[in-house]
Structures are given as structure tokens and as C-alpha cells.
Design a protein around this ligand. Structure first.
Ligand code: UDP
Length: 192
């Protein structure tokens, strides 16, 4: 996809309807993929922290998750077509994963949220294979990364908040040949 640079980040100039099949194809092809859905908060933080920005630049796709990013692109006279949010992308990938019996690993949120999330995922996405589901309040990442590597999930969703989730993904994404995406507070929302 062509990109438009806002606050030093190259955002994909596309729609969710066009991006999703590309992500699904990469998952089917076992192509390692890092998706960042950057809201204005993330973009501002990246603008002020060069190390975080460099890490985001290693992503395969950066999408505009907020009207603030669209406004920035418009001011530059290079408009982006629409918001592509982390939550919508997560839901779309879970629905597709359920239809195609794909596997997903859920990492993040509080233990009580995870306990609520499990039956909701089983109910709403019956065909989805839950490769792992664990809270985001761990001391040692090593056993978690080893588990992700052993499970080889098609998709890993990290709900650790930024910048932690992108740092985690950048550091560990190559243990699978699947898709990795930071989803912020999405597990809290899904759990209701
Ligand atoms: N979180 C976590 N581990 C941490 C810090 C945060 O799992 O060490 C979770 C937190 O429980 C919440 C999510 O990360 O589910 C962060 O949500 P928030 O909406 O603050 O993230 P943002 O969208 O701002 O990145």
C-alpha cells in the first residue's frame, strides 16, 4: 500500500476492506506480520521517543486509529480514506479466524478480565482455536514466549497497553510465522 507520513509514521493509505484480505493472505502464507494500529496518543509518543518510533517503523503495516491522524493527513493534502482501529481489526480477524479454524493467542489485561473473556470468545468465535490466553501482569516473559513458540498460533494479540505491547512484539515476533498486533484495552471491551 502507498503510505502517508504523519508525525514521522508512515500510515497505510487504504481501507479496512482492502487491508483485511491482505492480512488474511499473509496468515495463510505463514508470513510473519506486525500490525500497529496507531492512535494519536501512540503517534505523539513515537514522535517524542525515537527508540519507540524506530520500533514502530519495523511494523509491516501502521494504520490510522483515530480521526486526529486523518486530520493530520488532510492538512498535509494527502488524505487517508478512513480510520482502521485496533478493536475493529481484532474483531474482524477473530470472525475470520472462527470461520477458518485459525488459532489465536491472547496475552494481556487483568486476570479477572481474562476469566470473563474465555467464555465470551468460545461463544462468539466457536471455530477459533485458542492457542493460549493469559493475563498481562507477568514478571518473566521467557515462559510466555516459549509457550507462544511451542503453540505457533496464526495470530498473537497483545493487550499490554503502549509502549509495552509494541516493545514485546518487536522483541519476540520472530518466534512464530504468524501475525502479531497490539490491541490496547480491547480485551477489557470484549469482556464487557
Ligand atoms: N495491561 C497489561 N499489563 C500491563 C499494563 C497494562 O496487561 O503491564 C493491560 C491493561 O489491563 C489493559 C491494557 O493493557 O487491558 C491497556 O489498556 P489501555 O486502554 O490503557 O491501553 P492503550 O489503548 O492506551 O494502549
Amino acid at each position: 500500500f502507498p503510505t502517508v507520513t504523519v508525525l514521522d509514521l508512515p500510515f497505510v493509505k487504504t481501507t479496512a476492506a482492502a487491508l483485511l484480505p491482505v492480512l488474511q493472505q499473509r496468515i495463510s502464507d505463514r508470513q510473519n506480520t506486525f500490525v500497529v494500529t496507531a492512535n494519536p496518543e501512540i503517534a505523539m509518543y513515537a514522535h517524542e521517543h525515537a527508540d519507540y518510533r524506530d520500533l514502530l517503523l519495523s511494523a509491516d503495516f501502521i494504520t490510522p486509529d483515530g480521526v486526529g491522524i486523518l486530520d493530520g493527513a488532510k492538512i498535509l493534502k494527502q488524505p487517508l480514506p478512513e480510520r482502521i482501529t485496533g478493536f475493529d481489526t481484532l474483531q474482524a480477524l477473530l470472525a475470520w479466524g472462527s470461520d477458518h479454524h485459525r488459532s489465536a493467542y491472547f496475552l494481556g489485561a487483568k486476570p479477572a478480565v481474562i476469566a470473563q473473556l474465555k467464555p465470551i470468545l468460545a461463544r462468539d468465535y466457536p471455530g477459533l482455536v485458542i492457542a493460549g490466553i493469559r493475563d498481562g501482569y507477568f514478571q518473566d516473559a521467557a515462559p510466555i514466549v516459549a509457550d507462544i513458540e511451542a503453540q505457533q498460533p496464526d495470530m498473537v494479540f497483545a493487550a499490554l497497553g503502549f509502549p509495552k505491547q509494541e516493545q514485546f512484539i518487536h522483541q519476540h515476533r520472530h518466534v512464530t510465522k504468524g501475525l502479531w498486533m497490539g490491541v490496547g484495552g480491547s480485551f477489557d471491551v470484549l469482556a464487557g
